[in-house]
Design a protein. Structure first.
Length: 403
């Protein structure tokens, strides 16, 4: 048992154990800590050197870095020799130590660096400026937020419209368009789960991302009045983002549809003055509608994040975000091992999303957004080692975000 008392300008620490009370000062305790740290540092260096010897043996005999049974046995051994009061903390420490050891061994063994070489090659071969003239696939119609985001990113884009996000992914995958514009998350409604599910089914890279401020306006035919509206059409995300406004409208039916611009066109073509759409202000001019109520979203700072996808890996200057898809073993601590590796390398995790794996009950695939310049040696080291701590992973690209 440890007690502390302030005595004048000195902190006195009492240790009570087995009927004996010892009194030591804070300065003495810190001196003791410094001595222990010096010894820990020396022992850690010795441990890493020994891990290097093991790596050299594994390299000579063609053995993998990970020996799962040895790792489990080591953790059981550590748990058995540790006081229960400190056991959880020491096991957590050893989890980090084992990850550091495997990382060090991977560098000695020379992990498969084909991805690292591909990243470096893309950095060298990609143009210095993002193109202002390119073909871009967008979901929806003219006036959709995807189109607005596209125009901000690619000034003279040749836009091809598709009816679904799946079709946008396919258009890029098949080479019909150089880029595709896809919404992935909203600051109010959260992630677009349908898009994250589609990411599992298509091969693509992220070349850029953009945050777009989204204002939803209630649009109807000229002459329509708010109190006469009985149905409101829009994308389900837009309906969610405007939930407070919609809740106050009594007796109004909400009708989800595939896109906000599609909703605006449906209202324009209906000839009915008792229906309205939640869409961008641009749609009012495009489809000849009037604004019954402007900016009805729950939050004024309502942003949607779009990714610009491509078939080929393109890494433009300033790329400071990297996205990955990881499939982890369905076992205790598998996600922790990844997080531990990020921590030891000093790489910040910006976003973590999980989605169920089809045909695998209660198992999930993880999407990581990492804040790290693509030129960072630590990030490239992670790219060379990440395959040793997961079942499989997909590199989605390194890019910068336009705000």
């Amino acid at each position: 048992m440890v007690l502390m008392r302030i005595s004048g300008r000195r902190q006195i620490i009492f240790h009570k154990q087995k009927g004996k009370t010892d009194m030591i000062t804070l300065e003495e305790s810190r001196t003791q800590i410094d001595r222990i740290d010096r010894e820990l540092t020396r022992l850690m260096e010795e441990r890493m050197r020994t891990a290097g010897d093991i790596a050299a043996y594994k390299k000579e005999h063609g053995l993998p870095v990970l020996d799962a049974s040895r790792e489990r046995s080591k953790l059981r051994q550590i748990a058995g020799m540790t006081d229960e009061l400190y056991r959880d903390d020491i096991l957590q420490l050893y989890g980090v130590i084992l990850e550091l050891s495997k990382s060090f061994q991977s560098r000695i063994l020379g992990t498969d660096d084909s991805l690292v070489q591909k990243i470096r090659q893309s950095i060298e071969e990609t143009a210095q400026l993002f193109p202002s003239d390119a073909s871009v696939a967008c979901q929806g119609l003219e006036g959709s937020n995807s189109q607005i985001a596209c125009d901000r990113l690619v000034r003279h884009a040749n836009i091809m419209y598709f009816s679904s996000f799946d079709a946008v992914f396919s258009a890029v995958e098949k080479g019909l368009c150089r880029y595709g514009m896809i919404p992935v998350e909203n600051s109010t409604a959260g992630s677009v789960n349908a898009v994250y599910d589609l990411m599992q089914q298509h091969r693509f890279y992220i070349a850029r991302s953009i945050r777009l401020k989204v204002d939803h306006n209630l649009l109807a035919l000229p002459g329509a009045r708010l109190e006469e509206i009985r149905e409101i059409y829009s994308h389900e995300q837009a309906l969610s983002q405007c939930s407070r406004f919609l809740h106050d409208l009594k007796g109004v039916k909400l009708v989800p549809c595939e896109n906000t611009a599609v909703a605006a066109r449906m209202v324009a073509e209906s000839g009915r003055k008792d229906i309205a759409a939640l869409a961008s202000r641009a749609c009012s001019g495009i489809y000849g509608l009037q604004v019954l109520k402007e900016s009805v979203q729950n939050q004024s700072n309502n942003y949607t994040r779009f990714i610009c996808i491509s078939k080929q890996l393109e890494i433009y200057p300033g790329a400071d975000r990297t996205s990955l898809i990881l499939t982890l073993p369905h076992e205790q601590g598998s996600l922790y091992k990844v997080m531990s590796r990020l921590y030891t390398l000093g790489i910040n995790l910006n976003k973590l999303e999980s989605r169920p794996i089809p045909d695998r009950d209660f198992e999930f695939r993880f999407y990581f957004d990492l804040d790290a310049p693509v030129y960072s040696p630590k990030l490239l080291q992670l790219m060379g080692e990440i395959g040793t701590i997961c079942e499989s992973f997909t590199y989605l690209g390194s890019y910068s975000e336009m705000v």
